[in-house]
Design a binder for this molecule. Sequence first.
Ligand code: SF4
Length: 461
Amino acid sequence: MGILGECSLATARELLLLLTHRGQDASGLLWRDNGEFSESKTMGSPAGIDVPDTTSTLILGSTRYPTSGRRVVSNDELDRFVGPFRRGQLALTHNGNITNIPSITRDRYHCDTEFITVLLDQLIDKNDGSLPDAFREFDQFVDGAYSLVGLLGDKMFVYRDPHGFKPLVFGRAPGRIVVASESTVLDMAGVPLERDVYPGELLIFGHGGSMESHSISQNELHSHCFFEYVYFAHPAARIEGQLVYDVRFRLGRALAQEFKRRGLVPPDYVVPVPDTSRPAAQALAEELGVPMREIILKNRYLGRTFIAKSQRERDAMAKNKYIYLEDKIAGKNILVVDDSIVRGTTAKMIVADLRRRGASKVYFTVTCPPQDHPCYYGIDISTSSELIAAEAEEEQIAEFIGADALIYQTMNGLVNAIGLRDLCLACLNGEYPTEHARRIRAAVATNAGPPESRDYERVIE
Ligand code: SF4
């Protein structure tokens, strides 16, 4: 997130809270005050960021989801792992993941945001302070997903990689410009959404509302991450002109067609796994002509299992993640709707919980097709061994989670629901849009590497 224009730091922290679901490892705010950078970082949610009771006209904010570098385990590590990072007159933060750091430098970095800051600083120097020229060169070096927002002197800039993997939007109002991964931040800041930053586009904003747009790099086809629509983004976010809520609703409609095709006994209730799958469950219920009932309630005091630090922590969290409406379960046929099955941990637990409470049948539907390839672009599923669909067939997964039927979204259903042609679907079909990621996959196929390492942390010649 970036803000140019007068804003209190307390308000900036509130705006950053709207991105907490994108990363809960740690968070940070950085601001410029009389030409000097100051910053405050914390483990966990932005709510814990300590800020002085003052305003700034240049602010960056970041919530960390560690696809690069390890988890933050103590306050001493915040400076090393958590953005925004700074170097001289440059400060920046980033969403995404660089796939080729070990293959282009022997220097060790704590995370890819630190690497980007150092590289960009060198390239700005080399190109006599020209950001457009620095980014032209930057794109020659790096492979991966990078939506960046930075400060250089008294300007704010944003850059989105040529594939446009990760969302990045901006808006302008008199006296204030806001950029963020999700449009909800702009809504709360009272700044109308102007548009998405185009893939390969550099925008440089100045005080007084000036904006320069530079087309740095062009790709005919873009690769917007489909998983943003299915899981990651807030339902009120608008990405590439699509309201995430509407996409999730259409995903439910498409799933209903799959359910009908199977000729199964109709359910008594459609039940969403909170919170992401609610719109899909609503649509499914409407299409099947049965009620939706929220009999699985979220324990709000836990984070997302997806973001947990280890399998042990994930298992412990999954156990305490949901609270059930006991009276509504016994003797019922229940159709559960979830957004994805990654490791299968949560699905297995939900089915067992419902059966223990007397459910007659449990159907499990998933708004996403089977994910059987790792993601190298900003979701921490970085090896195939973490994905149940990479190891097992659909019937085996149904058996593993204990469901009477398992119904996945189809590829067509997914693409039609999103309504965009230029999507990254690599974790579904193995077609990685970038050169280095394809080389990683080829190398992994012949040599799996150390089990503890992420595929993209290996040196690929
Ligand atoms: S591989 Fe999957 S999760 Fe990763 S960017 Fe592509 S679509 Fe998104």
